[in-house]
Design a binder for this molecule. Structure first.
Ligand SMILES: Cc1ncc(COP(=O)(O)O)c(C=O)c1O
Length: 367
């Protein structure tokens, strides 16, 4: 699906120098490297503040904590995403409420959001996800949030550098959350995450919440969590951030090749074309919707081509969310995507020959 070793080979010297610097300093948790990354990431996302933490999951949990969301509150999100998008809501004691996605973008359906907001007066926040590298349709989502007085937390874990009408992912809601899981477009050498915000008060609160609600050492104003970013991660991420734009361009070239090769084949496959509003798709994943999905995956596996399913079971039908009372058929677009999705390999170092071979195998499956 991706080859992290190929990427490491291109930056090995820079990474080892950065990591050696941290070992020489012997300062491992938060500190100057993390502050440096926070400043550089904030500048990259064009947000005034960025606050590092231990994972993308924690970034979502901390965001909800900073917004005082807890028992008795509801938070609206999509069921077609990684588990953490919804588990963070339950983790702070609130109730997840699901809105379906759009058929062509895999992202939140603002029309359905309007209906759900009307039916859920206890909703305190909306978490749109910028899935697979493309932004959700933020204008109507932000308008509805303003109308109903709810906060917007952008789950930008998969979309660093993506834009919506010129605005970067993570700069449009009150808080943006990012993951540095190693397979992400900007991935560390372990877990890590960051939150972006334009609100100085929220930035201060997030900084306190990530260290047990502590601003002055050993004096706790509130109960936070332990979710600190390591200096080693920050040092590696600062190196990789310098390469991110080049890697994004390479991902876009791979995606363009997939589309160019497959479009004329007339296959029973829906390609991930960037929505008109999504002016910059960073292709974290290249997910197609395919007839005979499982058969296609088998054919590709037989040809030595790894694929994956993002996501095989939507969140509203997960066992652990049974208590919410959703049933099959409630969110039909998410359910259809779960049945039809195939994620094809995509990473910056992939060659056009590799893409062509995959397209040929897909073509041969249907012909
Ligand atoms: C959409 C989405 N949200 C949240 C997360 C959670 O991030 P992490 O794995 O860093 O906790 C991920 C990462 O897998 C993700 O893809």
């Amino acid at each position: 699906m991706l080859d992290l070793r190929a990427q490491y080979a291109t930056i090995r010297k820079e990474v080892l120098e950065a990591v050696t610097g941290v070992f020489d300093q012997q300062s491992f948790v938060l500190g100057a490297e993390v502050e440096g990354l926070e400043q550089e990431l904030a500048a990259y996302c064009r947000t005034p503040y960025a606050v590092g933490c231990a994972s993308g999951t924690d970034a979502l949990i901390l965001a909800l904590m900073a917004l005082d969301i807890g028992p008795g509150d509801e938070v609206i999100t999509v069921p077609y995403s990684f588990f953490a998008t919804a588990s963070c809501i339950a983790r702070v004691g609130a109730k997840p409420v699901f809105v379906d996605i759009l058929d062509d973008t895999f992202n939140m359906d603002p029309g359905h959001l309007a209906e759900v907001l009307e039916q859920h007066p206890k909703a305190k926040a909306i978490i749109p996800v910028h899935l697979f590298g493309a932004c959700a349709d933020m204008d109507p989502i932000l308008e509805l949030a303003a109308k109903y007085g709810v906060a917007v937390v952008e789950d930008s874990a998969q979309s660093i550098g993506a834009t919506y009408k010129g605005h970067l992912a993570g700069s449009m809601g009150v808080i943006g959350s990012f993951s540095f899981f190693p397979t992400k477009n900007l991935g560390g050498c372990g877990d890590g995450g960051i939150m972006t915000t334009a609100d100085a008060g929220l930035a201060k609160r997030l900084k306190s919440l990530r260290v047990h609600g502590m601003e002055v050492k050993y004096f706790h104003d509130e109960i936070g969590i332990n979710s600190r970013l390591d200096a080693l991660q920050a040092a590696v991420l600062r190196v990789k951030l310098r390469h991110l734009e080049g890697w994004t361009a390479a991902r876009q070239a791979v995606a363009a090749r997939y589309i160019k090769q497959m479009e004329p084949m007339g296959l029973p496959v829906k390609l991930p074309l960037a929505a008109e509003h999504s002016t910059r798709h960073v292709y974290h994943q290249f997910v197609i919707r395919a007839e005979d999905r499982d058969g296609l995956r088998k054919t590709l596996e037989g040809a030595g081509i790894r694929t994956d399913m993002y996501y095989p079971l939507p969140l509203h039908l997960q066992k652990c969310f049974g208590y919410l009372g959703y049933k099959t058929g409630d969110l039909p677009v998410s359910e259809a995507c779960s049945r039809e999705c195939v994620a094809l390999p995509i990473y910056p170092e992939m060659t056009m020959e590799q893409v062509d071979r995959i397209c040929e195998s897909i073509g041969s499956h249907y012909n």
